[in-house]
Design a protein around this ligand. Structure first.
Ligand code: ZN
Length: 378
């Protein structure tokens, strides 16, 4: 920044000298006549060392989705078929200290009466469809697969469900045992997210109280699982040690599945086991102290280079990051809340992130404040 200031001062000195050397001409006249070249010079002055990517930071689209009330937003995803935005939120329910007793959902709480799944128009933000009332207790992750089926996880039910495209009723594939946490093949413990391959195989991150990734065939048969729950030791972490695996991003073209290892603040990527290869082999890690806790990740291959978006949090470390596959941070941003009229500075507690299939739009869902934002990349 200092260099920019020095450059600007030098520029003004040069400019003043130039004006004095032309006493017969007015200052304004000179400026206007030479404005293009002056601006050009100003832009080239010493700016090479400054980050060049600020202009690429996405801007919040104001008033989207206008007037749509949501509770704590667990999941957000984009329908790959038509670009609709899907939200999984908690309605009037809030996850508080008394929500769980150990790993089990505290007794005496009813299902959420609101429609918990909303389908929004990507442009207008209008609600196109809503369902999922009187079924869920604590909505968490939401994923839309390539066929448009909607997958959700409920951390109170300890279950994963799939709603076939267009259906308001779940398919026969309901994994996990309702209200019963566990760590064997038939139980989850607060499962967080789902990622679905184009052949129908799917991955589940399980979850808050288990530290494992499970891979299932499209029929729901367990194919593979790996990972262990963090021991909490301060020593070196092993590659498959998770402290709340919280979000998944499948990069199918590279045959890798990436995991937001939330509390460890890192992204761990493993072979996805497509095309007969073995799933769960460690491939690489994205680890940067700047991230803080990594709540959610999304992959995008539209730009000049492949990218991963992530949301971190909670405040004061709540940001939207874009990184490339070398792990370089391309930008770190937050919503300009004064413009949005919120009392919050930046993000509060962002929980999930999704990117449109053309890579132009990014959507974030937050627990605090209860909202969904749309960002447009310039
Ligand atoms: Zn969560």
């Amino acid at each position: 920044m200092d260099r920019v200031v020095i450059s600007a001062v030098l520029f003004l000195v040069v400019l003043a000298y130039g004006v004095r050397a032309r006493p017969s001409r007015g200052y304004e006249e000179y400026i206007w006549e030479h404005l293009p070249e002056l601006l050009d010079r100003l832009q080239r002055l010493d700016y090479a060392d400054e980050p060049i990517i600020n202009s690429l930071e996405p801007r919040v689209v104001p008033h989207w989705p206008n007037g749509v009330k949501v509770g704590q937003v667990g999941g957000v995803a984009v329908d790959p078929i038509n670009g609709d935005v899907l939200i999984f939120h908690r309605g009037e329910r809030e996850w508080g200290y008394n929500s769980f007793v150990g790993d089990e959902f505290a007794p005496g709480q009813s299902t959420i009466k609101n429609d918990t799944i909303l389908r929004l128009d990507r442009t207008t933000g209008q609600i196109l469809d809503s369902f999922g009332a009187d079924r869920f207790y604590m909505p968490h992750g939401l994923t839309v697969d390539n066929a448009g089926n909607i997958w959700v996880t409920d951390v109170a039910l300890h279950q994963v469900m799939m709603f076939p495209r267009g259906s308001h009723e779940p398919s026969d594939i309901v994994l996990g045992t309702a209200m019963t946490p566990g760590s064997d093949d038939d139980h989850f413990c607060k499962p967080t997210d789902v990622a679905v391959a184009s052949n129908g195989d799917f991955f589940v991150s399980d979850g808050y109280c288990n530290g494992r990734i499970m891979k299932f065939s499209k029929d729901g048969n367990l194919l593979k699982q790996w990972g262990k729950r963090s021991t909490g030791n301060t020593g070196p972490l092993s590659e498959d040690e998770f402290f709340v695996p919280h979000s998944l991003a499948l990069i199918e073209a590279r045959n890798i599945i990436c995991v937001a290892d939330r509390e460890h603040g890192r992204i761990q990527c493993f072979s996805a086991g497509m095309n007969g290869t073995e799933a769960g082999q460690f491939v690489r890690s994205f680890d940067n102290k700047e991230f803080g806790k990594v709540f959610a990740i999304a992959y995008d291959n539209n730009g000049p280079e492949e990218a991963i978006y992530l949301v971190s949090g909670p405040i004061p470390n709540a940001y939207l990051f874009k990184i490339n596959l070398n792990g370089q941070i391309l930008y770190r941003t937050e919503p300009p809340n004064r413009m949005l009229g919120d009392n919050f500075e930046g993000f509060g507690q962002p929980h999930d992130i999704a990117v449109s299939h053309d890579g132009r739009d990014i959507y974030t869902g937050e627990i605090v404040p209860k909202r969904i934002l749309k960002f447009r990349q310039m």
